[in-house]
Design a protein around this ligand. Structure first.
Ligand code: RIB
Length: 336
């Protein structure tokens, strides 16, 4: 299939110039415009809308790119996408990228060759140029969960800043001041938002974050939560609370406490983030920040299918609210 890149290469112009000629969205010199039209003619390139329509009618398939299908957060979010796709006659293909940019690009290329109609993407990082190329090529892409601010496309994310701020304010309100943090990949805008919310809550309470109580090698999985607690408890004056930036890492913190006879919440309060289905079944049950996981997927899919059907309204950037869910893993500190 001829792509916008083929036209740009033949006309010896940028993809953006071809896009401007196709959409008459900005001035292009007559000489360049003539070269573009000649290349379109020669290659038999079809403009985006028709190509989009053909893709949809020939292959009503949506790619759902997620970083880790083992993580209940992504599973529930993907279900929201899949249910909407199924209800509207589209097949949804789950693509687990293992948090690897190379694997994400591999999935995108495969779906591109299969002429998928569009994608919902939770980015593993570093694939923005690839996504921009697909957008330039007329593909419909909705970014979910992990915002990609440099990409001009629809997105549906949670209020990460507000959720993390609520989590820390909850611990502060209980009387905690020595709070440890298990932080995951700060390359992701979700984690940047959480870290900013957490730090602002501490700052507003007049409490400095102790860098010895901050573990920044979290990888969203339970093992790194355990290692984070291990790192934090090396400190001569241990914390009375730990905020882990997702529930799976919070479970790792709970396991560390159990293995080291640290009573939760009596001696250590623990807060997570996501409110995955298992959070209410841990022992003790986990206080956490609810992310609207299914709704994130549902809303992203609805936007995506509207785009595939030709909706050219302005880009939508949606932020859904998060909410503190208090359970058994937090309580006032025994000692300050
Ligand atoms: O549990 C996986 C985490 O990474 C979630 O908090 C979600 O926001 C994803 O980005």
């Amino acid at each position: 299939m001829t792509t916008i890149k083929d036209v740009a290469d033949l006309a010896n112009v940028s993809i953006a110039t071809v896009s401007r000629v196709l959409n008459s969205s900005a001035y292009v010199s007559p000489e360049l415009e003539a070269r573009v039209h000649q290349a379109i003619e020669q290659l038999g390139y079809r403009p985006n809308a028709l190509a989009r329509h053909l893709r949809r009618s020939e292959n009503p398939t949506i790619g759902i790119l997620i970083p880790d299908s083992k993580n209940p957060f992504f599973a529930e979010m993907a279900k929201g996408v899949e249910d909407v796709c199924f209800s509207q006659g589209f097949v949804a293909v789950l693509c687990d990228t293992d948090e690897q940019p190379s694997k994400a690009i591999g999935h995108l290329d495969l779906l591109y060759q299969q002429r998928a109609a569009g994608f919902t993407v939770v980015s593993p990082g570093q694939i923005t140029p690839h996504l921009q190329q697909l957008l330039d090529d007329g593909y419909c892409i909705v970014v979910v969960d992990r915002a990609l601010s440099s990409l001009e496309t629809d997105s549906v994310v949670s209020d990460n800043y507000g959720g993390a701020r609520q989590a820390v304010e909850h611990l502060l309100a209980l009387g905690h001041s020595r709070i440890g943090f298990v932080v995951s990949n700060l390359e992701h805008e979700t984690i940047q938002g959480r870290w900013a919310g957490a730090k602002d809550a501490m700052h507003c309470a007049g409490i400095e974050v102790d860098p010895d109580l901050v573990y920044t090698d979290g990888d969203e999985l339970p093992g790194s939560g355990y290692e984070g607690a291990e790192f934090i408890f090396q400190h001569k004056k241990p914390p009375t609370a730990i905020f882990a930036f997702n529930d799976l890492m919070a479970l790792g913190v709970l396991r560390y406490a159990q293995r080291h006879q640290i009573e939760v919440p009596k001696e250590l309060s623990v807060v997570g983030f996501d409110d995955m289905m298992l959070a209410s079944y841990s022992t003790p049950s986990l206080t956490t920040i609810l992310q609207p996981k299914y709704e994130l997927g549902q809303k992203a899919a609805k936007i995506l299918l509207r785009r595939i059907r030709g909706d050219d309204s302005p880009v939508i950037q949606m932020t859904l609210p998060t909410k503190l869910v208090v359970r058994e893993s937090t309580a006032p500190p025994l000692r300050t």
